[in-house]
Design a protein around this ligand. Structure first.
Ligand SMILES: NC(=O)c1ccc[n+]([C@@H]2O[C@H](COP(=O)([O-])OP(=O)(O)OC[C@H]3O[C@@H](n4cnc5c(N)ncnc54)[C@H](OP(=O)(O)O)[C@@H]3O)[C@@H](O)[C@H]2O)c1
Length: 445
Protein backbone atom coordinates (compact mmCIF):
# COMPACT_ATOMS: atom_id res chain seq x y z
CA UNK A 1 0.00 0.00 0.00
CA UNK A 2 1.20 3.50 -0.80
CA UNK A 3 1.34 6.48 1.53
CA UNK A 4 -1.61 6.59 3.88
CA UNK A 5 -1.99 10.31 4.45
CA UNK A 6 -0.92 13.78 3.41
CA UNK A 7 -1.51 15.61 0.18
CA UNK A 8 1.43 14.31 -1.77
CA UNK A 9 2.77 10.94 -2.72
CA UNK A 10 1.01 7.88 -4.06
CA UNK A 11 -2.64 7.48 -3.19
CA UNK A 12 -3.91 4.08 -2.12
CA UNK A 13 -6.78 2.50 -4.04
CA UNK A 14 -8.64 1.84 -0.80
CA UNK A 15 -9.49 5.04 1.08
CA UNK A 16 -10.61 4.58 4.68
CA UNK A 17 -12.93 6.96 6.47
CA UNK A 18 -13.36 7.41 10.22
CA UNK A 19 -16.78 8.89 10.94
CA UNK A 20 -17.17 10.89 14.15
CA UNK A 21 -20.86 11.11 15.07
CA UNK A 22 -23.84 9.01 14.03
CA UNK A 23 -26.77 11.34 14.66
CA UNK A 24 -28.98 13.12 12.11
CA UNK A 25 -26.11 13.88 9.72
CA UNK A 26 -23.79 10.98 10.58
CA UNK A 27 -26.52 8.43 9.85
CA UNK A 28 -27.10 9.95 6.41
CA UNK A 29 -23.38 9.97 5.65
CA UNK A 30 -22.84 6.39 6.84
CA UNK A 31 -25.85 5.22 4.79
CA UNK A 32 -24.35 6.89 1.70
CA UNK A 33 -20.86 5.46 2.10
CA UNK A 34 -22.23 1.95 2.75
CA UNK A 35 -25.08 2.03 0.22
CA UNK A 36 -23.60 4.01 -2.67
CA UNK A 37 -20.11 2.53 -2.81
CA UNK A 38 -20.16 2.28 -6.61
CA UNK A 39 -21.20 5.94 -7.00
CA UNK A 40 -18.35 6.98 -4.71
CA UNK A 41 -15.91 4.81 -6.62
CA UNK A 42 -17.12 6.28 -9.94
CA UNK A 43 -16.79 9.84 -8.62
CA UNK A 44 -13.35 9.40 -7.06
CA UNK A 45 -11.67 6.53 -8.88
CA UNK A 46 -11.04 4.85 -5.49
CA UNK A 47 -12.90 2.56 -3.12
CA UNK A 48 -14.08 4.59 -0.14
CA UNK A 49 -14.63 2.43 2.96
CA UNK A 50 -16.20 3.21 6.31
CA UNK A 51 -13.65 1.87 8.81
CA UNK A 52 -14.81 3.17 12.22
CA UNK A 53 -17.71 5.20 13.62
CA UNK A 54 -17.32 7.15 16.85
CA UNK A 55 -20.40 7.64 19.06
CA UNK A 56 -21.06 8.60 22.66
CA UNK A 57 -23.35 5.71 23.57
CA UNK A 58 -22.71 2.38 21.88
CA UNK A 59 -25.89 0.79 23.31
CA UNK A 60 -28.26 3.32 21.71
CA UNK A 61 -30.75 2.02 19.13
CA UNK A 62 -29.76 3.27 15.64
CA UNK A 63 -31.74 3.94 12.46
CA UNK A 64 -29.05 2.17 10.45
CA UNK A 65 -27.63 -1.36 10.39
CA UNK A 66 -23.87 -1.13 10.49
CA UNK A 67 -21.49 -4.04 9.89
CA UNK A 68 -20.35 -5.36 13.27
CA UNK A 69 -17.25 -3.90 14.87
CA UNK A 70 -17.63 -0.44 13.30
CA UNK A 71 -18.94 1.42 16.35
CA UNK A 72 -16.57 2.69 19.02
CA UNK A 73 -16.65 5.16 21.89
CA UNK A 74 -12.87 5.56 21.81
CA UNK A 75 -11.72 8.41 19.53
CA UNK A 76 -8.21 6.89 19.45
CA UNK A 77 -9.60 4.01 17.35
CA UNK A 78 -9.84 6.61 14.57
CA UNK A 79 -7.14 9.11 15.48
CA UNK A 80 -4.37 6.56 16.08
CA UNK A 81 -5.26 4.34 13.12
CA UNK A 82 -2.70 5.08 10.40
CA UNK A 83 -4.93 3.35 7.83
CA UNK A 84 -7.71 5.93 8.27
CA UNK A 85 -7.07 8.67 5.71
CA UNK A 86 -10.09 10.92 6.21
CA UNK A 87 -11.99 11.94 9.34
CA UNK A 88 -15.60 13.04 8.78
CA UNK A 89 -16.66 14.99 11.87
CA UNK A 90 -20.41 15.33 12.49
CA UNK A 91 -20.51 15.50 16.28
CA UNK A 92 -20.82 19.29 16.68
CA UNK A 93 -19.55 21.78 19.27
CA UNK A 94 -15.94 22.36 20.24
CA UNK A 95 -15.30 19.96 23.12
CA UNK A 96 -13.91 17.33 22.47
CA UNK A 97 -14.12 17.96 18.73
CA UNK A 98 -11.48 20.65 18.43
CA UNK A 99 -8.84 18.42 20.02
CA UNK A 100 -9.86 15.48 17.84
CA UNK A 101 -9.54 17.60 14.70
CA UNK A 102 -6.13 18.97 15.71
CA UNK A 103 -4.86 15.47 16.49
CA UNK A 104 -6.18 14.15 13.17
CA UNK A 105 -4.56 17.00 11.20
CA UNK A 106 -1.26 16.57 13.05
CA UNK A 107 -1.31 12.95 11.87
CA UNK A 108 -1.84 14.16 8.27
CA UNK A 109 -5.44 12.98 8.05
CA UNK A 110 -7.84 14.98 5.90
CA UNK A 111 -11.00 16.37 7.47
CA UNK A 112 -14.55 16.95 6.36
CA UNK A 113 -16.69 18.71 8.96
CA UNK A 114 -20.25 20.07 9.22
CA UNK A 115 -19.39 22.00 12.38
CA UNK A 116 -19.93 25.79 12.14
CA UNK A 117 -19.02 26.42 15.76
CA UNK A 118 -15.56 24.89 15.56
CA UNK A 119 -14.88 26.54 12.20
CA UNK A 120 -16.10 29.96 13.38
CA UNK A 121 -14.01 29.77 16.55
CA UNK A 122 -10.90 27.93 15.33
CA UNK A 123 -11.07 27.91 11.52
CA UNK A 124 -7.82 29.84 10.94
CA UNK A 125 -5.88 27.63 13.36
CA UNK A 126 -7.26 24.41 11.89
CA UNK A 127 -6.60 25.56 8.33
CA UNK A 128 -3.03 26.52 9.23
CA UNK A 129 -2.49 23.12 10.84
CA UNK A 130 -3.94 21.40 7.78
CA UNK A 131 -1.59 23.33 5.54
CA UNK A 132 1.43 22.53 7.71
CA UNK A 133 0.64 18.83 7.56
CA UNK A 134 -0.27 18.65 3.87
CA UNK A 135 -3.87 17.84 4.72
CA UNK A 136 -7.18 19.23 3.55
CA UNK A 137 -10.09 20.43 5.66
CA UNK A 138 -13.42 21.04 3.97
CA UNK A 139 -16.55 22.41 5.65
CA UNK A 140 -19.27 22.96 3.05
CA UNK A 141 -22.03 21.65 5.37
CA UNK A 142 -21.16 24.16 8.09
CA UNK A 143 -23.29 26.86 6.41
CA UNK A 144 -26.60 26.42 4.62
CA UNK A 145 -26.92 22.60 4.77
CA UNK A 146 -27.40 21.48 1.18
CA UNK A 147 -26.73 24.93 -0.35
CA UNK A 148 -23.25 25.01 -1.96
CA UNK A 149 -22.25 28.47 -0.73
CA UNK A 150 -18.92 27.78 1.01
CA UNK A 151 -17.28 26.21 -2.03
CA UNK A 152 -18.71 28.91 -4.30
CA UNK A 153 -17.18 31.70 -2.20
CA UNK A 154 -13.83 29.87 -2.22
CA UNK A 155 -13.84 28.96 -5.90
CA UNK A 156 -16.50 30.00 -8.40
CA UNK A 157 -16.96 33.53 -6.97
CA UNK A 158 -13.30 34.06 -6.02
CA UNK A 159 -12.72 36.63 -8.78
CA UNK A 160 -15.26 39.02 -7.24
CA UNK A 161 -14.88 41.76 -4.69
CA UNK A 162 -17.82 40.89 -2.50
CA UNK A 163 -19.94 43.96 -1.83
CA UNK A 164 -22.40 42.19 0.42
CA UNK A 165 -23.84 38.92 1.62
CA UNK A 166 -27.42 39.00 2.84
CA UNK A 167 -28.74 35.71 4.08
CA UNK A 168 -31.32 33.69 5.94
CA UNK A 169 -29.13 30.96 7.42
CA UNK A 170 -31.05 29.69 10.40
CA UNK A 171 -34.00 27.48 9.46
CA UNK A 172 -35.40 27.38 13.01
CA UNK A 173 -35.88 31.14 13.27
CA UNK A 174 -37.18 31.32 9.72
CA UNK A 175 -39.76 28.66 10.53
CA UNK A 176 -40.86 30.60 13.66
CA UNK A 177 -41.08 33.90 11.76
CA UNK A 178 -43.04 32.27 8.93
CA UNK A 179 -45.57 30.86 11.41
CA UNK A 180 -45.88 34.22 13.17
CA UNK A 181 -46.42 35.98 9.82
CA UNK A 182 -48.88 33.51 8.32
CA UNK A 183 -50.84 32.38 11.39
CA UNK A 184 -50.29 35.41 13.66
CA UNK A 185 -49.18 33.02 16.41
CA UNK A 186 -47.18 34.33 19.36
CA UNK A 187 -43.44 33.81 19.48
CA UNK A 188 -43.78 31.25 22.31
CA UNK A 189 -46.40 29.24 20.42
CA UNK A 190 -44.36 29.21 17.19
CA UNK A 191 -41.26 28.15 19.13
CA UNK A 192 -43.02 25.26 20.82
CA UNK A 193 -44.40 24.13 17.43
CA UNK A 194 -40.86 24.23 16.03
CA UNK A 195 -39.65 22.14 18.97
CA UNK A 196 -42.51 19.65 18.48
CA UNK A 197 -41.49 19.19 14.83
CA UNK A 198 -37.82 18.71 15.71
CA UNK A 199 -36.79 22.00 14.03
CA UNK A 200 -35.76 23.62 17.31
CA UNK A 201 -33.71 22.09 20.08
CA UNK A 202 -34.89 21.78 23.69
CA UNK A 203 -32.53 24.67 24.45
CA UNK A 204 -33.18 26.96 21.46
CA UNK A 205 -31.03 29.86 22.66
CA UNK A 206 -28.35 29.56 19.94
CA UNK A 207 -30.97 29.72 17.22
CA UNK A 208 -33.35 32.38 18.53
CA UNK A 209 -30.65 34.73 19.80
CA UNK A 210 -28.82 34.65 16.46
CA UNK A 211 -25.68 32.89 17.78
CA UNK A 212 -25.89 30.02 15.27
CA UNK A 213 -26.32 32.50 12.41
CA UNK A 214 -23.40 34.56 13.75
CA UNK A 215 -21.12 31.48 13.57
CA UNK A 216 -22.20 30.90 9.98
CA UNK A 217 -21.80 34.56 9.02
CA UNK A 218 -18.31 34.53 10.53
CA UNK A 219 -17.39 31.71 8.14
CA UNK A 220 -18.97 33.37 5.09
CA UNK A 221 -17.40 36.77 5.82
CA UNK A 222 -13.95 35.26 6.49
CA UNK A 223 -14.09 33.56 3.09
CA UNK A 224 -15.60 36.53 1.25
CA UNK A 225 -13.19 39.13 2.66
CA UNK A 226 -10.21 36.80 2.97
CA UNK A 227 -9.39 37.48 6.58
CA UNK A 228 -10.31 35.79 9.85
CA UNK A 229 -13.26 37.37 11.64
CA UNK A 230 -14.50 36.29 15.07
CA UNK A 231 -18.13 35.62 15.92
CA UNK A 232 -17.72 38.40 18.53
CA UNK A 233 -17.34 40.77 15.54
CA UNK A 234 -20.95 40.04 14.59
CA UNK A 235 -23.60 42.28 16.15
CA UNK A 236 -26.47 40.03 17.19
CA UNK A 237 -30.15 40.58 17.99
CA UNK A 238 -32.58 37.70 18.49
CA UNK A 239 -36.22 37.36 17.46
CA UNK A 240 -37.95 36.86 20.82
CA UNK A 241 -39.10 40.51 21.08
CA UNK A 242 -41.27 40.22 17.97
CA UNK A 243 -45.02 40.23 18.52
CA UNK A 244 -47.89 39.30 16.16
CA UNK A 245 -48.82 42.96 15.58
CA UNK A 246 -45.31 43.65 14.20
CA UNK A 247 -46.10 41.23 11.39
CA UNK A 248 -49.48 42.89 10.81
CA UNK A 249 -47.98 46.39 10.60
CA UNK A 250 -45.06 45.18 8.48
CA UNK A 251 -47.47 43.61 6.01
CA UNK A 252 -49.54 46.81 5.90
CA UNK A 253 -46.37 48.76 5.09
CA UNK A 254 -45.37 46.26 2.37
CA UNK A 255 -42.73 44.25 4.22
CA UNK A 256 -42.02 40.77 5.59
CA UNK A 257 -39.98 40.26 8.78
CA UNK A 258 -36.93 38.00 8.40
CA UNK A 259 -33.91 37.30 10.58
CA UNK A 260 -31.03 38.33 8.32
CA UNK A 261 -27.32 37.65 8.60
CA UNK A 262 -25.54 40.41 6.70
CA UNK A 263 -21.93 41.17 5.85
CA UNK A 264 -21.12 44.18 3.73
CA UNK A 265 -18.23 46.38 2.79
CA UNK A 266 -18.71 50.04 3.56
CA UNK A 267 -15.99 52.54 2.83
CA UNK A 268 -13.14 50.14 3.54
CA UNK A 269 -14.71 48.59 6.65
CA UNK A 270 -16.85 45.49 7.13
CA UNK A 271 -20.19 45.47 8.90
CA UNK A 272 -21.38 42.14 10.28
CA UNK A 273 -24.78 41.71 11.84
CA UNK A 274 -27.61 39.30 12.57
CA UNK A 275 -31.00 40.81 13.38
CA UNK A 276 -34.66 40.69 12.50
CA UNK A 277 -35.37 43.14 9.69
CA UNK A 278 -38.23 44.38 7.53
CA UNK A 279 -37.63 43.19 3.97
CA UNK A 280 -39.76 44.52 1.06
CA UNK A 281 -42.42 41.87 0.30
CA UNK A 282 -41.40 41.69 -3.35
CA UNK A 283 -37.72 40.97 -2.52
CA UNK A 284 -36.67 37.36 -2.99
CA UNK A 285 -35.47 37.02 0.62
CA UNK A 286 -39.00 37.94 1.80
CA UNK A 287 -40.32 34.87 -0.02
CA UNK A 288 -37.99 32.37 1.70
CA UNK A 289 -40.31 30.55 4.06
CA UNK A 290 -40.28 27.78 6.66
CA UNK A 291 -37.01 25.95 7.28
CA UNK A 292 -35.54 27.05 3.94
CA UNK A 293 -32.32 29.06 3.77
CA UNK A 294 -31.12 31.59 1.20
CA UNK A 295 -27.91 33.49 0.61
CA UNK A 296 -27.68 36.51 -1.69
CA UNK A 297 -24.16 37.44 -2.73
CA UNK A 298 -23.48 40.76 -4.44
CA UNK A 299 -20.15 40.54 -6.26
CA UNK A 300 -18.27 43.11 -8.33
CA UNK A 301 -18.39 40.91 -11.44
CA UNK A 302 -21.26 38.47 -10.96
CA UNK A 303 -23.75 41.03 -9.60
CA UNK A 304 -26.45 39.61 -7.36
CA UNK A 305 -26.53 35.81 -7.13
CA UNK A 306 -29.12 34.04 -5.01
CA UNK A 307 -28.72 30.57 -3.49
CA UNK A 308 -31.87 29.00 -2.09
CA UNK A 309 -32.47 25.56 -0.61
CA UNK A 310 -32.73 23.29 2.37
CA UNK A 311 -30.44 24.57 5.10
CA UNK A 312 -30.67 21.50 7.33
CA UNK A 313 -31.86 17.92 7.51
CA UNK A 314 -30.11 14.61 7.06
CA UNK A 315 -30.20 14.36 3.25
CA UNK A 316 -29.31 17.95 2.29
CA UNK A 317 -26.46 17.96 4.80
CA UNK A 318 -25.28 14.56 3.59
CA UNK A 319 -25.16 16.06 0.09
CA UNK A 320 -22.70 18.71 1.30
CA UNK A 321 -20.61 16.34 3.46
CA UNK A 322 -20.28 13.65 0.80
CA UNK A 323 -19.53 16.31 -1.83
CA UNK A 324 -16.59 17.40 0.34
CA UNK A 325 -15.55 13.79 0.86
CA UNK A 326 -15.44 13.27 -2.90
CA UNK A 327 -13.38 16.45 -3.33
CA UNK A 328 -10.92 15.41 -0.63
CA UNK A 329 -10.40 11.99 -2.22
CA UNK A 330 -9.95 13.55 -5.66
CA UNK A 331 -7.33 15.96 -4.28
CA UNK A 332 -5.34 13.32 -2.43
CA UNK A 333 -1.89 13.04 -3.87
CA UNK A 334 -2.04 16.40 -5.61
CA UNK A 335 -0.07 19.39 -4.43
CA UNK A 336 -3.12 21.64 -4.39
CA UNK A 337 -3.47 23.83 -1.35
CA UNK A 338 -5.97 23.17 1.35
CA UNK A 339 -9.26 24.77 0.32
CA UNK A 340 -10.06 27.74 2.48
CA UNK A 341 -6.53 28.29 3.72
CA UNK A 342 -5.90 30.98 1.13
CA UNK A 343 -9.22 32.68 1.77
CA UNK A 344 -8.76 32.61 5.50
CA UNK A 345 -5.03 33.32 5.47
CA UNK A 346 -5.42 36.78 6.92
CA UNK A 347 -4.17 40.23 6.15
CA UNK A 348 -1.15 38.85 4.30
CA UNK A 349 -3.43 39.20 1.26
CA UNK A 350 -3.75 42.97 1.69
CA UNK A 351 -4.62 45.55 4.32
CA UNK A 352 -6.81 44.15 7.09
CA UNK A 353 -10.38 45.40 7.01
CA UNK A 354 -11.68 46.84 10.26
CA UNK A 355 -15.10 45.92 11.62
CA UNK A 356 -17.41 48.92 11.84
CA UNK A 357 -19.52 49.11 15.04
CA UNK A 358 -23.31 48.83 14.82
CA UNK A 359 -23.70 52.42 16.07
CA UNK A 360 -22.21 53.58 12.74
CA UNK A 361 -24.71 51.63 10.64
CA UNK A 362 -27.03 53.80 8.55
CA UNK A 363 -30.43 52.15 8.40
CA UNK A 364 -34.09 52.90 8.10
CA UNK A 365 -36.13 52.02 11.17
CA UNK A 366 -39.58 50.76 12.13
CA UNK A 367 -40.55 51.94 15.63
CA UNK A 368 -43.68 50.75 17.46
CA UNK A 369 -44.76 52.83 20.43
CA UNK A 370 -47.50 52.51 23.01
CA UNK A 371 -48.52 56.12 23.75
CA UNK A 372 -51.17 58.11 25.62
CA UNK A 373 -54.06 58.87 23.26
CA UNK A 374 -53.68 62.64 23.65
CA UNK A 375 -53.31 65.44 21.13
CA UNK A 376 -49.72 66.58 20.61
CA UNK A 377 -48.06 63.21 21.31
CA UNK A 378 -46.97 62.74 17.74
CA UNK A 379 -45.54 66.27 17.63
CA UNK A 380 -43.40 65.48 20.71
CA UNK A 381 -42.08 62.29 19.16
CA UNK A 382 -41.40 64.04 15.83
CA UNK A 383 -39.47 66.71 17.77
CA UNK A 384 -37.23 64.09 19.44
CA UNK A 385 -36.52 62.44 16.10
CA UNK A 386 -35.93 65.81 14.43
CA UNK A 387 -33.47 66.82 17.16
CA UNK A 388 -31.52 63.65 16.31
CA UNK A 389 -31.67 64.56 12.59
CA UNK A 390 -33.86 61.54 11.92
CA UNK A 391 -36.66 62.17 9.43
CA UNK A 392 -39.97 60.33 9.46
CA UNK A 393 -41.03 58.41 6.35
CA UNK A 394 -44.50 57.21 7.43
CA UNK A 395 -46.76 57.03 10.47
CA UNK A 396 -49.53 54.54 11.26
CA UNK A 397 -51.86 54.94 14.19
CA UNK A 398 -53.88 51.87 15.13
CA UNK A 399 -55.34 49.96 18.03
CA UNK A 400 -56.66 52.87 20.03
CA UNK A 401 -57.87 51.69 23.43
CA UNK A 402 -60.40 54.34 24.54
CA UNK A 403 -60.78 52.82 28.01
CA UNK A 404 -57.08 52.76 28.72
CA UNK A 405 -56.60 56.07 26.90
CA UNK A 406 -53.76 54.58 24.87
CA UNK A 407 -52.89 54.19 21.22
CA UNK A 408 -50.30 52.30 19.23
CA UNK A 409 -48.17 54.30 16.81
CA UNK A 410 -45.86 52.88 14.18
CA UNK A 411 -43.25 55.15 12.64
CA UNK A 412 -40.88 54.37 9.82
CA UNK A 413 -37.86 56.58 9.28
CA UNK A 414 -35.49 57.53 6.52
CA UNK A 415 -31.88 56.32 6.97
CA UNK A 416 -30.41 57.26 10.32
CA UNK A 417 -27.18 56.42 12.13
CA UNK A 418 -27.57 53.67 14.75
CA UNK A 419 -26.06 55.78 17.54
CA UNK A 420 -28.44 58.72 16.83
CA UNK A 421 -31.39 56.34 16.86
CA UNK A 422 -30.34 54.85 20.22
CA UNK A 423 -30.12 58.37 21.72
CA UNK A 424 -33.53 59.34 20.31
CA UNK A 425 -35.14 56.13 21.61
CA UNK A 426 -33.80 56.77 25.07
CA UNK A 427 -35.26 60.29 25.11
CA UNK A 428 -38.55 59.02 23.67
CA UNK A 429 -38.85 56.33 26.35
CA UNK A 430 -38.55 59.08 28.97
CA UNK A 431 -41.46 61.18 27.56
CA UNK A 432 -44.46 61.16 29.91
CA UNK A 433 -46.82 60.49 26.97
CA UNK A 434 -44.87 57.41 25.81
CA UNK A 435 -45.89 54.35 27.81
CA UNK A 436 -43.56 51.89 26.08
CA UNK A 437 -41.19 51.68 23.14
CA UNK A 438 -42.62 48.29 22.12
CA UNK A 439 -40.27 47.39 19.29
CA UNK A 440 -37.56 48.78 17.04
CA UNK A 441 -36.69 46.90 13.85
CA UNK A 442 -34.33 47.91 11.07
CA UNK A 443 -35.60 48.07 7.48
CA UNK A 444 -33.43 46.49 4.76
CA UNK A 445 -34.15 47.87 1.32
N1 LIG B 1 -28.83 18.35 11.72
C1 LIG B 1 -28.68 19.13 10.67
O1 LIG B 1 -29.59 19.28 9.86
C2 LIG B 1 -27.36 19.81 10.41
C3 LIG B 1 -27.22 20.66 9.28
C4 LIG B 1 -25.96 21.26 9.03
C5 LIG B 1 -24.92 21.05 9.90
N2 LIG B 1 -25.12 20.25 11.00
C6 LIG B 1 -23.97 20.06 11.90
O2 LIG B 1 -23.61 18.69 11.90
C7 LIG B 1 -23.12 18.31 13.16
C8 LIG B 1 -23.91 17.13 13.69
O3 LIG B 1 -25.28 17.49 13.81
P1 LIG B 1 -26.41 16.39 14.07
O4 LIG B 1 -27.70 17.10 13.93
O5 LIG B 1 -26.15 15.17 13.25
O6 LIG B 1 -26.15 16.06 15.62
P2 LIG B 1 -26.78 14.89 16.49
O7 LIG B 1 -27.96 14.29 15.80
O8 LIG B 1 -26.96 15.42 17.86
O9 LIG B 1 -25.63 13.77 16.50
C9 LIG B 1 -24.43 13.95 17.19
C10 LIG B 1 -23.65 12.64 17.16
O10 LIG B 1 -22.40 12.87 17.81
C11 LIG B 1 -22.19 11.88 18.80
N3 LIG B 1 -21.49 12.49 19.93
C12 LIG B 1 -21.86 13.57 20.65
N4 LIG B 1 -20.93 13.86 21.57
C13 LIG B 1 -19.94 12.96 21.42
C14 LIG B 1 -18.71 12.74 22.07
N5 LIG B 1 -18.30 13.51 23.07
N6 LIG B 1 -17.93 11.73 21.64
C15 LIG B 1 -18.34 10.92 20.64
N7 LIG B 1 -19.51 11.08 19.97
C16 LIG B 1 -20.30 12.09 20.36
C17 LIG B 1 -23.57 11.41 19.22
O11 LIG B 1 -23.44 10.08 19.74
P3 LIG B 1 -24.71 9.21 20.22
O12 LIG B 1 -25.45 8.90 18.94
O13 LIG B 1 -24.14 8.03 20.87
O14 LIG B 1 -25.50 10.10 21.13
C18 LIG B 1 -24.32 11.48 17.89
O15 LIG B 1 -24.14 10.30 17.16
C19 LIG B 1 -23.18 19.58 14.03
O16 LIG B 1 -21.96 20.26 13.94
C20 LIG B 1 -24.28 20.38 13.35
O17 LIG B 1 -24.16 21.77 13.59
C21 LIG B 1 -26.28 19.63 11.27
Amino acid sequence: MASSSGMSGEVPDEINVGLMGLGVVGTGVAAYILGKASSLAAATGRNVNLKKVLVRDITRARDIDLPSGLLTTNAEDILADAEIHIVVEVIGGTDPVENHLKQALAAGKHIVTANKEVMAKSGPELLALARKNGANILFEASVGGGIPIVGCLMNELAANDIRSIRSIINGTTNYILTRMANERTSFDQALSEAQGLGYAEADPINDIEGIDAAYKLTILASLAYRQPFQSADVYCEGISRLEPQDFRYAQELGYAIKSLAIANLDDGAVQLRVYPALVPSEHMLAKVDGVYNAVEVDGSLCGQVLFHGMGAGSEPTTSAVVGDLIEVVRKMGSQSRSSGSQEWAGPGNGAALTVRPIGDLQARYYIRLDVADNPGVLAQIAQVLGDGEISIAAVLQRDTDAEAGSAEIVITTHPAKGASMQDALQIMAGLSQVRRVSNVIRIEE
